[in-house]
Every structure is written in structure tokens, then in C-alpha cells.
Design a protein around this ligand. Structure first.
Ligand code: 16G
Length: 526
């Protein structure tokens, strides 16, 4: 009962703003920062309950990533370092939506009973908090702390300003009893990067060595963190632009802006990119990673007199969404890879990728990573020790070492641009490839994206990894009829999970055809 009165008291200080209904979408709750105080407070409560329930460290991140600076958001990292388990999302929605403290208390009461959460015992809970550089972050973090503190036994630990993937990485590391500070993160990245560079076959690195990597920091914390990483990294020359505090976060900068608008970010010009922009997107990163992993697996499984059982073939799967350029899917399939599709949103791809020994997932917008199963890593580590004894210095041993290094470099909790860019660089140096050679792996089909403002985007219901509209009736037939007019035409619509719009994607053999198809279908939605 003491617990009850604390909850009642503290929640009365965070009344929900009238008329605002939020839902825990692909990226948690996201909205204009001014309406988020009560939502964040309440998600603090949820984080504490989640920690009690799982008896593990939980993460809570205050960010609206690529959205405009006046927005903010909040999301939870589960014990594995992944996204909040989907079966708790309805509870998050209900909490955020509770009209007053009484209703809130009732919801918590019911949920605690249903989930059998040890509330009154001596159990403790720990929540790691992180935030981005948005000005609204500090006060929202305070609201989260108050939510957490209103649950007995729960402790909030402020990790400061972090990238979202750093927080996910730390939560995972904490729960695996591994070293989990920011310095540990940077060291793991730079050590495993170094390891890959040291394993480069002689002769292939030469033509890449003088290249410089120029990174757009989007005026956010990614650039600041990269400055720190750069200090301990060797083997790569990095220049970071838009990392100061002069520009506005995400204004005319950032991956989302560049990918969707197909323009160069501020502080970049023809001297950097030439006259034409070649966008090397998530699909290309995926293809590069898949190629490299396959090469290592093939080398590892070369049987010079080895017995059959040493040639264990792990399952390798590639996960994409409908936004993946059709040319990338063709390329991957022709390379003999198993390609599967899920709905948009990291959580869906991640879940699918986790079904394989090695699961590589990327959205075209660049969200993605490579997941290694515990079982495979265990086998690989055994194989590594064996090879160190029987064939030290062999190609097989190196392949095993490379795969292990990749599993340490690439973030196992969630997609992470810092670790992703290092892996890209290491592989390019390994192959002796320029960015142009990489970009030539296949050529994108022309595509166009549009967004259409509608009264109610939830009226559009899709199936089959968002490729088919099942409601309202008739729309899919109309889309099919339009699409059939274009050779290799492909088109789909879906309600956005982060904005109040319906998105249209179209692809065809020419720019003009892609634009026409997108426009025609946008009119069907309007
Ligand atoms: C969020 C998702 C991303 C997805 C995007 C789609 C995470 C961490 N991020 O940014 O995976 O591609 O939303 O946005 O889950 P949309 O629904 O507005 O098209």
C-alpha cells in the first residue's frame, strides 16, 4: 500500500496532455517533445517493472533519432540488448493512454498480477538511462527517473549522452557480465577492427591505404562519439564534419535526409562527391557483408584432408524489407543466398535474423547488423583453437579468426552505424576495393518514394511483409493495374510508423517510369 500511495502521488505530478494519443511504434514513443513528459514518466514505470520481471538490467533511451530537433521519444532496451518484447507493447500503450493516476494505478496493479511481477519483495531492479543531445532530453530524463523511482527497489543509473546502439550494447554486456562501460565499447570496436586489418591477405590493401573516410555527424552525438573512437583507432583516416554544435541537429544533414532526398548534406560539395551522387545504401552494405561472410565460410570449410564433421555448415540467412531495391535482392539470390522479407522496423528484421546461425539484416535506410548464434560462436571458437594447433597461419585459421572478429566488431544487440562503418572499411581494405568497386556490385533500379497525408493512416492494412494492401478493398487491384503498365515495375504502400502519412514506394527500369508509377499510386491513396 505504501507502493500504491507513492505511485499515486508521483503520477499526479505527470498528468497526460489532453487529446494526445501515442502508440509504442517501431521506434518506441515519438512526438513533439512538449507532450512527452507523462509518457516518459510512465515508461519509466514500465522499465522498472520489466527489470523486476526479468531480474536483469533494462535500458531506457530518450531519443527521436533522425526526427527534427523539436521532437523527442523514448524506448526500452530488453535484457538481450534488443527491442522491448512485443508482448509488452500493449501495456506500454495502455499506460501512456491512462487518463489519470487512478486508472494508471489500476493498470499497474492488474499487470503486476497478470505477469506475476515480484513487487513487494526484496527484489531490486536496475535501469540504465541514456539520451541524445536534444535540448528537451534533460528534463525528459528527469521524468523517466521519477517514474522509475516510484517503483520500490528500482534504481536508475544515468549513463549520460549516448548513441542508442551504445546503450543497447551496454545493457547486453551488463546482463552477460561482460565489461560494459563506454570505454569497453570503444576498445572492443577498435580491437576487433585492428584484428581484421591485421588479417588482410598480403597485397590487397595497397590501393586503399591512402583513402580518407569523411563522415557526416548530422550535428548530433554520433559525430561526437566518433571523435572519441577515432582517438584509439588505428588503421583508418577519419574526418568528421557537422559534429560541432554550430548546426542544427538533422537539419540539412544526416543519413535519413540524404537517403530520402538523394542530396548531399551541408558542408559537403562537388569536391567530395563529384557531380553525381552515388548512394551506397543499406542494401549495398548488406551485400558486401554477405559476400565477405560467405567467403570466410567457404575458406573455413575447405577440406584439405579434414574429416567431414569439421565442415559444419552454419545456416546463413539474409533479411530485407520491401524497400530493398529489387536489384539487390536479385544479386543476393543469384549469389545463392537465402533471402527473406519482413515488415519495416528493426524489431521485425532482428527477430527473423536471430533464427539463423548467421543472420544478416539491413533496411535500405541503413538500419541493420549481423547476428551470430551462441551455438555457432561456440563451435567457431573451438575450431579456432583446434586450427591454432594443427594449421597455424593457414587460410582456414584466418577465416575463423576473421569471423570471430566480425562477431565482436558488429553490434550484436542492435544495428550500429559506428560498428557498421568500421566493418565496411575493414572489408573494403580486405578486398582491396574502392567505394566505386563496391558500388558496382550491382546497379540499383530507379525508385521513388512519396508520402501522402491522409485523414487516418491506420485505415490502410497490409499483409505479406507490407507488399499487399488487404483493406480498404479494391486498392491493391488498382495498384496492380498501375504497376502492370511498367516493365519490372514494383510498387507498394504502407502506413508510416513514425509520421502521420502513408508512404508510397515505386521502382521500375527508368527514373521516369518510377516517378510516374509513384505519382499514379499516390493519387489512389489521396
Ligand atoms: C524507425 C525504425 C526503422 C524503420 C523506420 C520506418 C527502429 C530503431 N527504427 O526509424 O527500423 O525503418 O522507423 O519509419 O526501429 P516509417 O514507418 O515512418 O516509414
Amino acid at each position: 500500500d505504501k507502493q500504491r500511495s507513492i505511485l499515486l502521488q508521483s503520477s499526479s505530478r505527470f498528468p497526460p496532455p489532453p487529446g494526445v494519443k501515442l502508440s509504442y511504434g517501431t521506434a518506441g514513443f515519438r512526438a513533439d517533445a512538449s507532450v512527452l513528459q507523462s509518457t516518459v514518466f510512465r515508461l519509466g514505470i514500465l522499465a522498472a517493472l520489466r527489470s523486476l520481471k526479468t531480474q536483469s538490467v533494462i535500458g531506457l533511451m530518450i531519443t527521436a533519432s533522425h526526427n527534427k530537433i523539436s521532437d523527442n521519444g523514448v524506448k526500452i532496451a530488453d535484457p538481450s540488448g534488443g527491442m522491448l518484447s512485443q508482448d509488452w507493447e500493449p501495456f506500454a500503450d495502455a499506460l501512456a493512454d491512462a487518463p489519470d493516476s487512478q486508472h494508471l494505478l489500476q493498470l499497474v496493479d492488474d499487470f503486476v498480477k497478470k505477469e506475476n511481477i515480484p513487487l513487494e519483495g526484496a527484489q531490486s531492479a536496475e535501469i540504465s538511462l541514456g539520451r541524445d543531445t536534444r535540448p528537451s532530453g534533460e528534463s525528459l530524463l528527469e521524468s523517466a527517473k521519477q517514474g522509475i523511482n516510484s517503483i520500490a527497489g528500482a534504481v536508475a543509473v544515468d549513463m549520460g549522452i549516448l548513441t542508442t546502439p551504445q546503450l543497447h550494447w551496454m545493457v547486453r554486456a551488463r546482463n552477460k557480465s561482460m565489461k560494459a562501460t563506454e570505454l569497453d565499447y570503444f576498445e572492443q570496436l577498435s580491437n576487433s577492427f585492428r584484428c581484421l586489418i591485421d588479417l588482410i591477405p598480403q597485397g590487397s590493401a595497397v590501393n586503399k591505404m591512402n583513402d580518407k573516410l569523411i563522415v557526416d555527424g548530422a550535428n548530433g552525438m554520433g559525430g561526437e562519439k566518433l571523435e572519441l573512437l577515432k582517438k584509439i583507432l588505428n588503421g583508418l583516416d577519419i574526418e568528421i564534419r557537422n559534429s560541432g554544435k554550430q548546426g542544427v541537429l538533422n537539419e540539412g544533414v544526416g543519413a535519413d535526409y540524404v537517403q530520402k532526398e538523394k542530396v548531399v548534406p551541408c558542408k559537403f560539395g562537388p569536391a567530395d562527391v563529384g557531380i553525381r551522387i552515388d548512394l551506397v545504401d543499406g542494401d549495398k552494405i548488406l551485400s558486401l557483408f554477405a559476400l565477405f561472410i560467405e567467403e570466410q565460410l567457404n575458406t573455413l570449410n575447405k577440406r584439405d584432408g579434414d574429416t567431414e564433421n569439421k565442415c559444419y555448415r552454419p545456416t546463413l540467412g539474409v533479411v530485407q524489407t520491401a524497400y530493398a531495391n529489387g536489384a539487390s535482392t536479385d544479386y543476393l539470390k543469384h549469389s545463392g543466398l537465402e533471402v527473406v522479407f519482413t515488415k519495416t522496423g528493426v524489431k521485425y528484421l532482428h527477430q527473423k535474423a536471430a533464427e539463423y546461425d548467421i543472420g544478416i539484416y539491413f533496411e535500405a535506410n541503413g538500419h541493420g547488423t549481423i547476428l551470430f548464434s551462441e551455438g555457432f560462436l561456440h563451435w567457431l571458437d573451438g575450431r579456432r583453437s583446434e586450427l591454432a594447433l594443427t594449421s597455424k597461419g593457414s587460410g582456414q585459421q584466418k577465416a575463423a579468426l576473421r569471423l570471430l572478429a566480425v562477431s565482436k566488431l558488429i553490434n550484436q544487440a542492435v544495428g550500429d552505424a559506428l560498428s557498421g562503418l568500421l566493418l565496411v572499411e575493414a572489408i573494403l581494405q580486405h578486398m582491396g576495393w574502392s567505394i566505386h568497386r563496391w558500388n558496382d556490385l550491382y546497379h540499383d533500379l530507379p525508385s521513388r518514394q512519396l508520402k501522402v497525408k491522409v485523414v487516418d493512416r491506420t485505415a490502410i492494412v497490409t499483409e505479406n511483409a507490407e507488399t499487399v494492401v488487404v483493406s480498404p478493398l479494391g486498392i491493391q487491384e488498382a495498384i496492380n493495374a498501375e504497376t502492370a503498365k511498367y516493365p519490372r515495375g514494383r510498387c507498394f504502400i504502407r502506413p508510416s510508423g513514425t509520421e502521420d502519412v502513408v508512404r508510397v514506394y515505386a521502382e521500375a527500369t527508368t527514373e521516369e517510369a518510377a516517378v510516374n508509377l509513384a505519382n499514379a499510386v499516390a493519387q489512389l491513396v489521396d
